[in-house]
Design a binder for this molecule. Structure first.
Ligand code: ZN
Length: 210
């Protein structure tokens, strides 16, 4: 699999769920297109500019040495993606035709954030017959998660993930526990133990095409 499409409802979701795997994919020189649907301008902490999450995401992709052809940012209103469901599907179909990904990485259908559910459903609708599809884990949003695929991470991939999440100062300022290195490495360790490795990330598998 060489062409990888990453879908992130908000700017930090893919880093939280798949930051280690993303750093592995970049190391393996895969062609990546990373799509963000909302920069959550309406929910930034008081006193911060409303484009702070956009800027934080741009510093993440810059850190990863990505150029503008590697990412696309939509400015849908946070928690209102459901009002743009058909438009989102049409964008995903357009991206399918232009980019033709082999692997799509996105949120889970078992994720209960309203925006994540829209992206998860439209992702499956758009790519189910053309690409492998896997879903990343955001434990605080799931009632259940079917960890069928494990990606082993070396310590450097985990360091990279922690590093990427460090760019989100606006979220760290909100004292979100899942941004702490302790939580990120603890989850990677738990997933690693399940496959007899030091660190891993787990994914649900919707489709696997070889
Ligand atoms: Zn999100």
């Amino acid at each position: 699999m060489n062409k990888i499409l990453i879908l992130s409802p908000h700017t930090d979701d893919a880093e939280l769920g798949a930051g280690g795997y993303i750093s592995r994919l970049i190391e393996d020189d895969k062609e990546i297109l990373w799509v963000v649907f909302s920069t959550a301008r309406e929910s930034v902490p008081k006193g911060m500019a409303n484009d702070v999450l956009l800027k934080e995401f741009l510093s993440v992709v810059k850190h990863l040495k990505m150029n503008e052809s590697n990412y696309r940012i939509f400015e849908y209103k946070v928690r209102h993606l459901f009002t743009k469901r058909q438009e989102i599907l049409e964008s995903l179909v357009r991206i399918k035709n232009e980019f033709q990904p082999d692997l799509v990485i996105g949120p889970s259908q078992n994720d209960y954030h309203q925006d994540h559910q829209i992206v998860a459903n439209e992702m499956i609708r758009a790519y189910k017959t053309s690409a492998s599809i896997i879903c990343y884990e955001l434990p605080w949003n799931h009632l259940k998660f079917e960890n069928q695929l494990f990606v082993e991470l070396d310590p450097r991939h985990l360091d990279c993930k922690i590093n990427l999440l460090n760019h989100y100062r606006s979220q760290i300022a909100k004292s979100r526990q899942y941004f702490t290195p302790e939580f990120i490495s603890g989850l990677a360790r738990s997933r690693g133990i399940q496959i007899g490795k030091e660190f891993a990330e787990a994914f649900e598998v919707i489709r696997m095409i070889y």
